[in-house]
Unconditional design. Sequence first.
Length: 121
Amino acid sequence: MTTYNIDYTIPDMVGYSPFPTLSTETKEIDTSNIKQFNGISSPDLCKKDIKKSALDIQVNGSHYKGAKIQPIEFIHANNIPFIEGNIIKYIFRWRDKNGTKDLEKIKHYIDLLIELESRNV
């Protein structure tokens, strides 16, 4: 059994009013024998096929949720390489996630970048 809220209009039969009354009632509906239309049951026809963006899902915290643009979007849109991307990620989140541990990671990535880039000179 599935429960649905149903809005409907009841005409005022006593002293007929030109303004119908809107009521809401909760009804239990047996959905086991609802007819199918192209393999979709009637209640599902009303639902929009909404797929969540991967950007709406965050594993281990909510430190990126309030951002107008997430670091990964900025990094990807600007083709920023791995090390620089990690620096951006950690500088963005350090206050909301791991504090000074993230600052230490930034220092480590900067040291790595300096060392690797010095080899290419």
